[in-house]
Structures are given as structure tokens and as C-alpha cells.
Design a protein around this ligand. Sequence first.
Ligand SMILES: NC(=O)c1ccc[n+]([C@@H]2O[C@H](COP(=O)([O-])OP(=O)(O)OC[C@H]3O[C@@H](n4cnc5c(N)ncnc54)[C@H](OP(=O)(O)O)[C@@H]3O)[C@@H](O)[C@H]2O)c1
Length: 237
Amino acid sequence: MNFTGKVALVAGGTGGLGRVVSLAFLKEGAGVTVTYRKEQEFADVKRVAGADASRLAGRSLDVTDEAAVQKLVDGICAEHGRLDVLVNAVGGYAGGTKVWELETRVLDQMLALNLRSGFVLSRAAAKAMREQGSGAIVNIASKAAVDHEAGASAYAASKAAAVALMDSLAADLKGSGVRVNSVLPSIIDTEANREAMPTANFAKWPKPEDIARVILFLASDDAKVIHGAAIPVYGNS
Ligand SMILES: NC(=O)c1ccc[n+]([C@@H]2O[C@H](COP(=O)([O-])OP(=O)(O)OC[C@H]3O[C@@H](n4cnc5c(N)ncnc54)[C@H](OP(=O)(O)O)[C@@H]3O)[C@@H](O)[C@H]2O)c1
């Protein structure tokens, strides 16, 4: 999976999964732009990237903001002349509340973070990728998109909608040379999850590095026959 000369945008590219994805693309030679919200997180990715940081750029923005995202994609295309990969690793979770107790505000938040983010980002990226006749989009959804547990209705609905959006986008992009896929993680072994569930058996949780490998594969030419898929990445434990 050599991405030398390729240009990738990783939205949420400094988060628990996103940072590992960004670092993996950098390691494989890509030029990577990440979006971030916390300056410190971007500084940390830069530090860990070492010499590869010369191919790393960061933009602080809200990915649900259409104008800001369009400007970002236009800027990448103007600077590099192309955009080969979009990974959307922005998302959020809300759970532990039955539907009749759920505040509408929480549903709106879940739809913004898990659905609107992918819509805004992939719309801007798809336009650029269609023009160049190539590209790959990978949207991070969740096992909750297909396995709807009690207490997580807003999250599950937003992730299911995100999968449907990507599936339909894949149909829109048929024959364009641009591929679109979703991945469905369950609980990932991130620092935040370890802090939130200190007594859990971390060994059972898929590592961000293992999920990143699947994402890079989907973004690579080796996956040229995979389009419109929603790939489970929750292992077998
Ligand atoms: N972690 C899991 O166990 C798990 C399980 C299933 C699915 N997923 C999905 O996997 C993806 C990555 O999860 P993660 O654990 O890496 O999450 P994370 O650590 O919270 O990373 C998400 C990143 O996106 C940023 N972000 C949030 N809202 C944003 C916005 N409006 N504009 C720009 N950036 C924004 C976050 O910034 P802030 O930190 O400032 O909010 C954070 O840096 C998400 O889609 C998540 O739903 C995760």
C-alpha cells in the first residue's frame, strides 16, 4: 500500500482513530491534511510523525460547516492539483437513554456529527474526485449502524443513515472512477475508551492500527473492486 505522491484528507485526523490513520498514510508516503479542533492534538500528531511531518498539514475547522469544508477541499486541490483520498473519522457517541427520555437536541447532535459531517465532506471531495476521474472515500460509521442496541437510538440512527448516504453516493458515482466505502467499528482500543471503561478487558478491543490498515487498503488501488461496501471491523472476540 504505497501512497507516495497521493494526497489524503483525514477529517478528525487527530482523534483516537483518526490520528493512527493519518500517521499510517504519512508512513506510506502520502501528503496528508488533517482537520482538528484541539491545537495540542495536532501538535502531538506532528511530533509523532517525525520526518514525515514535512508532508502533514492541519486545518482547524468544523466539518459540519459547508463553506469551510468547500474552502478546505478547494485549497488542497489548488495546492496539490488533486485529492486522492478522503477519510471521515469525525463522529460522536451518545447512549444510555431510552427514546422517550431522549432530548431532541441529542438527536440533532448525533445527526450533525455522524451524518452531516460525511455529507458535507464527501460532497466536496466527490466533486473534485469526479473531475480527476479517480479517488477513494472511506467513511467511519459503526457496528451500531446494523446492530441497534437499546439506549443508543440517536447514535444508531445517525450511523445507519451515514451508511445509507455512502451507499447511495456509491451508486451516484458508478462509472466515475471514484470509490466510496464505509467501515463499521465496534468499541476501539483508544485512550478515551480505556479512561471511560477502566475495568474492561482491553485485549478484546480491536486496535486503531488494525482498523487503519483496513482503511488504507480500502483507499488503495488494491481495493479497486470494492465500492459501496460497509465493512465490519470488530474482529471476533
Ligand atoms: N471509539 C470507538 O470505540 C468507536 C466505535 C465505533 C465507531 N467509532 C467511530 O469512529 C470514528 C472515530 O472515533 P474516535 O474514537 O477516533 O473519536 P474521537 O477520538 O472523538 O475523534 C473524533 C475527532 O473529530 C473531532 N471532531 C468532532 N466534531 C468535529 C467537528 N464538528 N468538526 C471537526 N472535527 C470534529 C474531535 O474533536 P474533539 O475531540 O474536539 O471533539 C476528534 O478530534 C467516529 O466516527 C466514531 O463514531 C468509534
